[in-house]
Design a protein around this ligand. Structure first.
Ligand SMILES: Nc1nc2c(ncn2[C@@H]2O[C@H](COP(=O)(O)OP(=O)(O)OP(=O)(O)O)[C@@H](O)[C@H]2O)c(=O)[nH]1
Length: 388
């Protein structure tokens, strides 16, 4: 990694990440910030309302306009933003409005006060707007930078073009510089921390979902994926099958060659399964030397053919130091009226049968639901399936 890209990675932990990762971060960040945006917008609306009320008693001019802008327009904008956080369909326009709000608030403040004697009294609102945009609004760094920079251009142009008392102007510029630089530094560090947290969370979620030895899904994940596929199959009326398989006499591999060789056989076995299945198929290690394969949009006959292909490939593979291995298979199809556990139990019974009949066999067990066409098609072949 070059020095430059290491530096970029230090500033931005997502530098070089895939588009998918970046957009996952966008979604994750927004979801996390939604409650903050909702309540901060409401609190800011309330403070503007109080600000308008205070101005009624102290402002020397434009009192009605101040009430209109600070008592109604800005609070209304903020309450609208807060309300928009309630619907995920409105998130994008809500963020756009949140970016525009500080610029509008700055323009309103400048319009009401610049060029008047009371400007130094009201100028702190501008510094607060800049800091609020970066640190409190809930906007991402780049969004806050666009919004605050637009406000900054308007503020600088107005305050420099309109004559000010020299001492005030210098201090005003200094406060603006401080507000902007504190704000951007804070947002930069916060965003970096959020990105690192996001990556860490993803890493942990991945570690919790895969089997450490083989890299296949672990039991919990493959069962959850099977549940999802069952729901999809029920909803769309598509076939769904499973293969439960178990390496034969694996204890002998361990006893003869040791656990390290046993582990490498498991890894090779896992790679073979992954390499010989479609990308939509899901494979998980249930534990020990037992694996579950979920085959979406696959009926019993097609699942039997998939198991047969795997059986062939396993027999042909020379496992490092352990030589040749075989496996036994239990194949069955999900039926929409069934519980997930019933299907897994049926595949388990089929696997048990394959083991009992001498191993290195595929046993297919049709479901017992009346009128299930794919299972009826295979029922006559229930015994005497593809065995070697
Ligand atoms: N190397 C290694 N061995 C494991 C792992 N998990 C389980 N085993 C071993 O797998 C073996 C499974 O043995 P059994 O359940 O008797 O099954 P088998 O010898 O394959 O016999 P059948 O399944 O009946 O053909 C045991 O010796 C376990 O110690 C693992 O992660 N690595």
């Amino acid at each position: 990694m070059s020095v430059l890209s290491r530096l970029q990675r230090t500033v931005d932990p997502l530098h070089g990440a895939t588009h998918e990762e970046k957009s996952a971060f966008d979604t994750w960040y927004l979801q996390a910030k939604i409650p903050l945006i909702r309540y901060i917008a409401l609190l800011t609306a309330l403070l503007y309302f109080i600000y308008a009320a205070v101005q009624v008693s102290i402002a020397p001019n434009l009192v009605e306009l101040r009430i209109a802008l600070h008592g109604f327009f800005v609070p209304f904008l903020l309450v609208t933003i807060s309300a928009m956080t309630l619907s995920s369909a409105l998130y994008r326009p809500m963020v756009a409005l949140l970016m525009v709000a500080p610029v509008l608030a700055a323009i309103a403040s400048l319009y009401l006060n610049v060029g008047q004697g009371q400007f130094p009294l009201y100028a702190p609102e501008l510094y607060l707007i800049l800091i609020w945009t970066f640190t409190t609004s809930g906007l991402r760094l780049c969004q806050a930078a666009i919004s605050a920079s637009s406000a900054l251009v308007v503020i600088l142009a107005t305050t420099i073009l309109v004559p000010q008392e020299r001492g005030f102007l210098y201090l005003h510029l200094l406060y603006i510089l401080a507000a902007f630089s504190f704000g951007i530094l804070n947002a930069l560090i916060l965003e970096k921390a959020h990105k690192a947290m996001f990556l860490q969370q993803r890493r942990l979620a991945h570690l919790a979902s895969v089997d450490g030895l083989t890299g296949l899904w672990n039991r919990h994940t493959i069962e959850a994926l099977f549940d999802e596929e069952c729901e999809r199959a029920s909803r769309y009326g598509t076939p769904l099958s499973v293969i439960l398989l178990d390496i034969d006499h694996f204890k002998q591999v361990n006893d003869k060659h040791g656990h390290i060789v046993g582990d490498s056989v498991l890894k090779q076995f896992a790679s073979l399964l992954r390499d010989n299945l479609r990308s939509v198929d899901q494979v998980g290690r249930l534990g020990g030397e037992e694996f579950l394969i979920v085959l979406p949009e696959t009926d019993l006959l097609q699942a039997q053919a998939a198991a047969s292909l795997l059986q062939e490939r396993i027999s042909a593979l020379d496992f490092a130091r352990a030589g040749h291995c075989t496996a036994s298979f239990g194949v069955t199809q999900y039926h929409p009226d069934e519980e997930r556990l019933v299907v897994i139990n049926r595949a388990d019974r089929a696997l048990y049968k394959a083991k009992a009949k001498g191993r290195n066999r595929i046993e297919v067990m049709p479901c017992t639901v009346d009128g299930c066409k794919p299972c009826a098609a295979i029922a006559p072949r229930r015994s005497g399936t593809l065995n070697r």
